[in-house]
Each structure stands twice: as C-alpha cells, then as structure tokens.
Ligand binder design. Structure first.
Ligand SMILES: Cc1ncc(C[n+]2csc(CCOP(=O)(O)OP(=O)(O)O)c2C)c(N)n1
Ligand SMILES: [Mg+2]
Length: 280
C-alpha cells in the first residue's frame, strides 16, 4: 500500500513491525495487552503512516492531527506505533512498564511524547475529542482529531452524550475509530448489552458511518481516506472489526479473553510465529 509521508515500506510491513515491537514489549514485561495490540496494528499503521498529518520530530506541532488513545490499556500498541514512527526512540522499548519509564503500562499524557491524553477511565475519550475538535475549529486550525476507542466503551452513556454533542457542534474534523474486537472485561461485547447493529446506531445519531474489516489493509486505508474526504460537518466514525492476537496463530486460536494468557516460555514462540509471516 501507499505510504505517503515516510518511505516505500509497505503499510503491511509497518503493521508487522508494530506487532513485533508490541510482542517484544510483552516479552520484556512478561505480560501486556498483547491481544489488543496485535488486533489493532493494521489500523495504527494506516493511521500513522498514511492518514495522519503529523511531524515525528515535532510531536507538539500545532498543526498536527491529534490521535487520542481513549483506551489507556492499549498503550502497548500505541507505544509500538510511536516507536515505529520515530516519535519515541527504539531503545526505550526495553523499559516498557518499568519504574521511571516513559512507557507505563497504561497511557499517561505527561509521560510520553505522542500520547495526547491520559486515557483508561473508559468512556471519556470521545468527550475529550469533542472538546479538542471544537477548540481547533474555533481557532480555524484545519487539523483533525482521531479518537481510538473500544467496543466496551460503546456501553458507556458518556460516549453517546459526546456523540450527540459532536453532531450538535458540527464537528466534521472529528474521526472516531472503534476497535470492535468483540471483547470486553467479562466476555464478548456483543453479549454484554443488548446491541442493535452499531453502525445503524451511529448513523441514527447523525454520524457519517463506515464498518470495515480492521485487519484488511486496503479496506482500512479506503475507510480512513473516505472519512477524511467526506464533505460537510458531520463527525465521522469507522467501526473496525478486528481479530485479537492477529498474526500469531496459536494465540488467535486461544480462548478469547480481555487479558490473553501468554506463558513465560511462549513469548519466544510468539515472536518466531510472527517472524514466519513477515510481509515484504
Ligand atoms: C469507566 C471504567 N470502567 C471499568 C474499567 C475497567 N476496565 C478496564 S479495561 C475494561 C474492558 C473494556 O472493554 P474494551 O475496552 O472493549 O476492552 P478489550 O477487552 O477489548 O481490551 C474494563 C471494564 C475502566 N477502565 N473504566
Ligand atoms: Mg473490546
């Protein structure tokens, strides 16, 4: 796939690099939300290497598109993307989750360049994104705000309050990315609350809505492009159906869980399995 602002490395390879870095961090710490990181890697690669207008050497550039990690527990995934994009140095990967590291296990804005908000109290990211998008609009700053959130957060009332105010304020500069891995803390997201089709719900709230396979790079890129190109002032959402642990078959096959079990002797095997599938 096209990789506009960086070099000729394919987005598939970028996604693979993000997966590998996340797995390595998991190995360093002996734990981590690795299922989520492997699942969302394609969306992160397409965001940081295709969609986002940003400057890796100046992460606070006023004109940057903001990328908000509403789901603080996905920090391992975002760190891998920030390292891959050159916003964080590669050698810091080895400090993941350690005392004094800039990469704590849950995302903290004050610790990490490129971590725009302290996420993790679920259901708040979209409200923060609405405020940022309003501020940018008032300042005539053409940047977009991307908010990465989870299917678990679709069960939070605050998400839908924010969704309504985004429409009310005509925030065409807001793009919400939902990782629909059908997993939350206690089981499947689709079994936790009565769910009408999510895309119909967002559309009824007045959002420009798409739903695509979040592990199909061409589909991810097309959806990100369409969200940005959409004229008018409707906020935009893309629901990405993703597979937890994508790219490591024996973990993909494991019973799906919020915190996937990886035994101490399995990290090396997971890396070997991933390596066997390295794309061009
Ligand atoms: C407001 C709030 N309630 C509960 C939690 C505890 N919690 C942390 S992660 C998580 C799972 C939520 O589902 P999702 O974000 O879809 O998680 P996934 O299993 O896909 O990582 C929960 C309930 C929290 N962080 N914030
Ligand atoms: Mg989930």
């Amino acid at each position: 796939m096209d990789n506009r602002r960086f070099d000729n490395m394919s987005l598939e390879r970028r996604a693979w690099n993000i997966r590998r870095k996340a797995l390595r961090m998991g190995e360093v710490q002996g734990q981590g939300y690795i299922g989520q990181a492997l699942g969302i890697a394609d969306v992160l690669a397409a965001s940081f290497f295709h969609a986002l207008n940003h400057r890796p050497d100046d992460p606070e550039w006023e004109g940057r598109d903001r990328f908000l990690l509403s789901i603080g527990h996905y920090a391992i995934a975002l760190y891998a993307a920030l390292i891959e994009a050159g916003i964080l140095p590669e050698d810091e990967l080895e400090t993941y989750g350690m005392d004094d590291s800039r990469m704590p296990m849950s995302g903290m804005a004050s610790y990490t360049p490129g971590m725009e908000i302290t996420g993790g109290s679920l259901g708040h990211g979209l409200g923060i994104a609405v405020g940022m998008a309003m501020g940018l609009k008032r300042k005539d700053n053409p940047a977009f705000v991307y908010n990465l959130m989870s299917d678990g957060e679709l069960g939070e009332g605050s998400t839908w309050e924010a969704a309504m105010s985004a429409v009310q304020h005509g925030l065409g500069n807001l793009i919400c990315l939902v990782d629909f891995n059908d997993q939350q803390a206690d089981g499947k997201a689709t079994e936790a609350l009565a769910r009408v089709p999510e895309e119909g719900k967002w559309a009824a709230f007045g959002w420009h809505t798409q739903r695509v396979d979040g592990n199909d790079m061409a589909a991810v890129v097309a959806a990100l492009d369409a969200a940005r190109a959409e004229p008018g002032d409707r906020p935009r959402v893309i629901i990405f159906d993703t597979l937890m642990c994508k790219g490591v078959d024996f973990l993909e096959a494991r019973e799906s869980a919020h915190f996937v079990r990886v035994d101490p002797d399995e990290w090396a095997r997971a890396l070997e399995t991933l390596d066997a599938g390295m794309p061009e």
